[in-house]
Design a protein around this ligand. Structure first.
Ligand SMILES: O=c1ccn([C@H]2C[C@H](O)[C@@H](CO)O2)c(=O)[nH]1
Ligand SMILES: [Zn+2]
Length: 143
């Protein structure tokens, strides 16, 4: 979404990555064995974490990023309430979110919202929602 996200303390990105790292341990990934964790910070200072949750019907697998964002929505947070998101996996380079998660981020989060990508070695890369999905699909919002 266009508009400017709320300001945030850059050190909160480090905290968010620690939370994502702990959430990763909770992944339900018996098929891929690829565990992912994510955490999102909201405008009012709340943090929501998420892990990937797989299913025998593979198409139902839900990524860590979407689990975290959907948990926040289910707790009452609204589109635009998000300040930063962190995601972590056991990858050689900082993990790269899938297309579905990029689309969900682009609908729920401000274009400039920082997204911190990480791996278990402690490598990180800071990017943004718009950088992850330029030209994303959006529907005009009803007034
Ligand atoms: O950024 C990513 C990439 C993949 N996965 C999950 C989906 C599936 O459970 C497993 C393998 O793709 O990792 C995530 O949670 N986040
Ligand atoms: Zn995804």
């Amino acid at each position: 979404m266009p508009a400017t996200p709320a300001a945030f303390d850059p050190s909160s990105l480090h905290d968010l990555m620690s939370l994502a790292r702990r959430a990763r341990e909770l992944a339900y990934a018996p098929y891929s064995r690829f565990q992912v964790g994510a955490a999102v910070l909201t405008r009012d200072g709340r943090q929501f974490s998420g892990c990937n949750v797989e299913n025998a019907a593979y198409g139902l697998c839900n990524c860590a990023e979407r689990t975290a964002l959907f948990s926040a929505i289910a707790a009452g947070c609204r589109r635009g309430d998000f300040v930063a998101l962190a995601v972590i996996a056991d990858t050689p380079d900082p993990v790269s979110p899938c297309g579905a998660c990029r689309q969900v981020m682009s609908e729920l989060c401000h274009d400039a919202m920082p997204v911190l990508l990480g791996n278990l070695h402690g490598d990180t890369e800071q990017t943004s929602v718009a950088a992850l999905l330029p030209g994303s699909f959006q529907l005009p919002m009803p007034a």
